[in-house]
Write a protein that binds this ligand. Structure first.
Ligand code: NAD
Length: 366
């Protein structure tokens, strides 16, 4: 087991027979600050599968936090259970107690399979919770800054491709009209861009038709996998992971891929294949950090202007990664990982006397 968690600082198995809670909390790296990462609930086929997931996701959070410059480290938790049957207030209170036992080393909140309301129960046992409803001190819908981050990512990518940030006058293909994709689609139509869209949910499509009336851009709907082969300037994945793979790369007729979906590359090498095909890839964890920026900001007395400023910085970070990728002749995915590694390394060399708990008190007082 120790070999398996090599590279992680701590893995905690949480077992509470009274509530049926079986959870795993993984803390990958706290160089930049306490670990932060959501809590995913899934009926994992085995404990092994749950361990694999939590180890992979917590490592990803270390990179995402480093890229977003939020002074948190990487962590994640998973609850082994069926979100449709097993989500009880007692289970989340028990989970909150385990989080509290880590004494500020780990902050968590909602992820796939859990809701902000679940964490209202956990909040009764620990303050190390983010993303609760606004009436409980949360900062509201995190998909708003996430969509803003995607739009900044599109602007930076357009700048690299066309020498201008302008979003209008281009064609975008959007997969997924959920909380993030819908907002991105609406903004693009507003500025006069044309979009192809697909979603498995007909209601989302109907809603976009209504919204599109009166907006400058045109919208065209396509079925399922057709979205990969429509001719467009940018493919904007806002639904599934693993959609950049051997099959889809062959079909893409775009100049760039910029979207919110997590883990877009099926494998790391698909970042290189995109580069070889001349397609600019905006690393997902750089572009989709707006939500993380917002929930981490909650812990410093929420401030919407600060969230917007940090989300806007996604533009500059992405430009730096594009430049590094070009200068070093490496893929943008590799350049993003190196960018984060160097941020973490440089912090290791500098001892901070301003601890996280002190910083929180400072933020609340100011
Ligand atoms: P969501 O669940 O609100 O929306 C996803 C949409 O994709 C839904 O409308 C769904 O019907 C559609 N969809 C599912 N399968 C599809 C398919 N095969 N083809 C086309 N459409 C399909 O999720 P969201 O919050 O909008 O997030 C979208 C993506 O961005 C996810 O990968 C998520 O992990 C990631 N992300 C979201 C946030 C956030 O703040 N919400 C932050 C970071 C990353």
């Amino acid at each position: 087991m120790f070999e398996r968690i090599n590279g992680h600082e701590q893995v905690l198995f949480c077992n509470d027979p009274d509530t049926g809670l079986k959870a795993i909390i993984a803390i990958h790296n706290t160089t930049l600050g306490p670990a932060l990462g959501g809590c995913r609930m899934r009926p994992y086929a085995s404990t092994d599968e749950a361990i694999e997931d939590v180890l992979r996701l917590s490592k990803g959070m270390t990179y995402k936090c480093a890229a977003a410059d939020v002074d948190f480290g990487g962590g994640k938790s998973v609850i082994i259970g069926d979100p449709l049957k097993d989500r009880t207030p007692e289970l989340f209170r028990a989970f909150g107690q385990f989080v509290e036992s880590l004494n500020g080393r780990f902050y968590t909140g909602t992820d796939m399979g859990t809701t902000p309301g679940d964490f209202v129960h956990a909040l009764k046992e620990t303050n190390c919770i983010v993303g609760v409803p606004e009436e409980y001190g949360g900062s509201g819908d995190s998909s708003v800054p996430t969509a803003q981050g995607v739009l900044y990512g599109l602007k930076a990518s357009n700048n690299v491709m066309y020498g201008s940030d302008e979003l209008s006058g281009k064609v975008y293909s959007i997969q997924g009209l959920g909380k993030v994709g819908f907002k991105v689609a609406e903004k693009l139509l507003e500025v006069g861009a044309d979009i192809y869209v697909t979603d498995i949910n007909e209601k989302a499509i109907k809603n976009l038709v209504q919204v599109a009336e009166g907006l400058k851009g045109n919208v065209k709907f396509v079925e399922g996998n057709e979205i990969y082969s429509v001719p467009a300037d940018v493919f904007v994945p806002c639904a599934l992971g693993g959609i950049i793979n051997d099959e889809t790369i062959e079909q893409l007729k775009v100049k760039a891929v910029v979207g919110s979906a997590n883990n877009q590359l099926l494998k790391d090498e698909h970042g290189t294949y995109l580069q070889q095909k001349g397609i600019l890839y905006a690393p997902d964890y750089i572009v989709n950090a707006g939500g993380l920026i917002q929930v981490s900001d909650e812990l410093y007395n929420p401030n919407k202007a600060r969230v917007l400023a940090k989300t806007r910085a996604i533009y500059d970070t992405l430009m730096e990664i594009y430049q590094n990728s070009k200068a070093q002749s490496i893929s943008t995915a590799e350049a993003a990982n190196l960018f984060c590694d160097s941020r973490i390394e440089s912090r290791k060399k500098r001892n901070s006397f301003f601890s996280h708990k002190k910083r929180q008190k400072w933020a609340v007082r100011n």
